[in-house]
Design a protein around this ligand. Structure first.
Ligand code: IMP
Ligand code: MG
Length: 194
């Protein structure tokens, strides 16, 4: 029988037995995330109308954005979608403050009502960079949606219009979010015990 790579085997086990006492502590189980994502879609539909341009920030928001897009459909929205890729220089789990564009949009932004989607708002530098970029591209309106907000960590003046959860000051993984490229596949959000 073909051997699975060690990392995959380890993560499969973690994703099945992740409650406290193992390596990852669950903060938000899959059902709670799903419930909140649908509520967010309702808020966004009411505020943004039928045809926003949804712009998720890769990579961390890709699972959140995929679920949000389908929840927007359920809420009667017919969004267009394109992506930007942003990378912030990090030392381990700490941001060093500089944001770099690693993937740009392909669709026309001029005149669009843009919804920027990200996984976490922490220092705010990533979201501020994305907002400036969309403004420079000629967006008519810009709103922002983050799944998680870590209160008290802002280093720049930016607000998220739609927030999933206020999150404790831990380094979280799962539901698209990673530490050193691992754990994105977990269906829940948790933190790695140190
Ligand atoms: P900010 O630019 O400091 O607001 O950081 C936001 C970005 O850093 C997010 O887009 C995430 O990709 C990443 N990030 C911040 N905190 C975490 C975390 O706890 N887990 C995984 N990624 C994080
Ligand atoms: Mg990110």
């Amino acid at each position: 029988m073909r051997q699975m790579p060690l990392l995959l085997r380890r993560n499969r086990v973690l994703s099945q037995i992740a409650p406290p006492g193992t390596d990852i502590t669950v903060l938000y189980p899959a059902e709670e995330i799903s419930h909140r994502v649908h509520a967010l879609a309702g808020e966004i539909a009411a505020a943004m109308g039928r045809n926003p341009l949804v712009v998720p920030i890769l990579k961390g928001s890709f699972i959140f954005a995929a679920d949000l897009l389908r929840a927007l459909h359920d809420a009667g929205v017919e969004p267009d979608m394109d992506f930007i890729g942003l990378s912030s220089y990090r030392a381990g789990t700490r941001s060093l403050g500089e944001v770099r564009l690693v993937r740009d949009t392909e669709v026309e932004i001029i005149g669009r009502d843009v919804l920027i989607v990200d996984d976490i708002l922490e220092s705010g530098r990533t979201l501020a960079f994305a907002k400036n970029l969309m403004a420079a591209r000629g967006a008519r309106t810009i709103r922002t949606c983050v799944l998680l907000h870590k209160p008290g960590k802002l280093a720049v003046d930016v607000v998220a219009d739609f927030v999933g959860f206020d999150c404790p000051d831990r380094f979280v993984v799962g539901y698209g979010m990673d530490v050193a490229h691992a754990y994105r596949q977990l269906p829940f959000i948790g933190f790695v015990e140190s």
